[in-house]
Structure formats: C-alpha cells, structure tokens
Design a protein around this ligand. Structure first.
Ligand code: URA
Length: 182
C-alpha cells in the first residue's frame, strides 16, 4: 500500500485533476480489513485533509459504520478517484480508467472479503457495468475473491433521507453475511 500510495502522490495522468488538487486522497483504515467501503472521489474537505470521507457525507458514513457495531479503524475506506474533481462533478470515464490500476492494486493489497460500493460511480467502476444504483443495490456480486454489495452514497442520503431505510436494509444483509450480529 505504501508503494501504491507513493505512485498516486506523484500521478499527473489526469492533467485537470492534478492541477486542481491540494493533495491526493489515497485511503484510510485497517490495511487488513475484512470490509472495504468504496466511494467516488474526494470532495473539498477530503482534498484539504488528505483523508477520505471526512466531510458531511463522511460523518454520515461513520454513523453507518458505527451502527454496524464497527469503527472506521476496523474497515478500510477508499475512493475510485484519488483527486477531487472540479466542483465535485462525477468522475469522467477517462479519469476512472486512469485511476483503475491504482484502485485495483489497492484492493488486491488489502484483499478484503467484502466490498461495499457507495453509489453508482463506485459500483459501476468496480463491476464495470452501466446499471443504475437502484438496480444494483441490495444484491450480491463478486470482484476477484471479494463479495460485493452496493448501496446508496451517503451524499445521496443527505439529499434524500428517506433512502436511509434502504441503506440500513443493505447493511443488515451485509452484516449477516459477515457473521456480525446486530
Ligand atoms: N464522497 C466520496 O465519494 N468520497 C469521499 O471521500 C468523500 C465524499
């Protein structure tokens, strides 16, 4: 992970993102985690701190993790893109392609049993599908040796609190499959 992190720090493959970033945002948590939360890309707070999911959406993700009786230190948290897109726009296909070797190697190094994709960008990037998150959520997929579950992104929950019920149903499924009693 340290080797990959170093390569990410020096990456300039996406000229626009490299020029606009304060710093790259690699990942945080337990490098031997059973569960990885996989998000989209850093926002302003993450670009400023260098840590994924520390802004408002991140605080909600922390609450979700804690509702699962886990802590941020038990899991590993990372994004598809390691640089903040301007204005938090959705990652472009070329940007996902440029970052793919990084996130694939990062996942291979951690070798988690479970990956939880947060939102359509993460789900589509990992599973290489164009399916909507509404269709992908709550179902089981595989990525290498990992079992994958997709759910809504915490930022979506901030705009649409009614969807929190669905995310909680997804988390209960995931915890049951992980053998964690809630
Ligand atoms: N949203 C994401 O997808 N990732 C972050 O790190 C923060 C917000």
């Amino acid at each position: 992970l340290a080797v990959i992190r170093g390569e990410v720090t020096g990456c300039t493959k996406c000229a626009e993102l490299a020029a606009g970033r304060t710093q790259t945002v690699f990942g945080v948590g337990n490098p031997e985690a059973r569960l990885v939360f996989f998000g989209e890309a850093p926002g302003a707070d993450e670009d400023a701190s260098g840590v994924p999911f520390v802004g408002r959406a991140g605080q909600l993700l922390t609450k979700i993790i804690e509702a699962c009786t886990l802590s941020r230190d038990d899991v590993y948290i990372m994004n598809v893109l390691k640089c903040r897109p301007p204005g938090n726009r959705t990652p472009l296909p070329d940007e996902v392609a440029n970052c793919r070797p990084f996130f694939e190697r990062q996942l291979a190094a951690i070798n988690p049993e479970f990956i939880c994709c947060l939102g359509a960008s993460a789900a589509r990037a990992l599973l290489q599908t164009e399916e909507t998150i509404g269709k992908l959520r709550g179902r089981w997929f595989t990525h290498g040796s990992a079992t994958v579950l997709c759910t809504y992104h915490p930022s979506y929950l901030l705009r649409n609190p009614a969807a929190k019920r669905d995310v909680w149903e997804d988390m209960k499924l995931l915890m049951e499959r992980m053998g964690i009693t809630l």
